[in-house]
Design a protein around this ligand. Sequence first.
Ligand code: G3P
Ligand code: CA
Length: 238
Amino acid sequence: MKIISHRGASAYAPENTLEAFKLAVKMGSKDFEFDIHLTKDKVPVVHHDFHLLRTAGVKAEIADLNYADLKKINVARHFSEDYKFQYIPRVEEVLEIISPVADFINFEIKNDNNAYGGIEKIITDFIRLKKDVFEKAVVSCFDYPTAKRIRLCDKEVKMGYLGHSLTNLLLPIALKKAKEIEASSFHINFKIAFKMNISKLHQAGLKVYAYTVDDFKDVLRMKENGADGIFTNYPDII
Ligand code: G3P
Ligand code: CA
């Protein structure tokens, strides 16, 4: 079962920062996930929220700042008052750290309501630049219209269907959507990653990765249920 470092080793260092990814590598991680946004000057950057309030205590949106200004903001504040300054990294910087050791890199594009027009092509072109990155890449997005546009931009890049607010009843609809974008994996909230659901997804030819699993008991349950991987903030969990 893959143990996918979720936002890096984000239980031990500020999420989605270079320190979090360096630590994940140090812990022996080979599988990684991070979230992508675009700055005002169209630089792909790694951060979870659209806004900077939670991580930096700053009332600003990533989309409204050029990268040179964004880089001055400390996103370690929410993690600990004492943690050394951490800026929001460019996707490229994160890849420099993880790609030499990675087997699997999940690029999760955040693009609710098409907040970043054209992000699909920017990211798929970017992934295409390096063959080794392309081979390890899996692109996902909660926003289904964005997922469809990603597939239109690149017919070959591996895609993960990212399920949102799913229930057992809604799973068949999600499975249909996953097939429409020719996903190779299904990323499911661990709360509905029951044996029967995982089995249905496997029958459809999809790998199943469950998010976000931070409790050891849940890790064992995911293994028992047949998940192919878990996203966790604790890459050293097993
Ligand atoms: O991609 C799996 C997981 O990261 C999705 O949730 O909110 O942590 O991006 P979130
Ligand atoms: Ca994510």
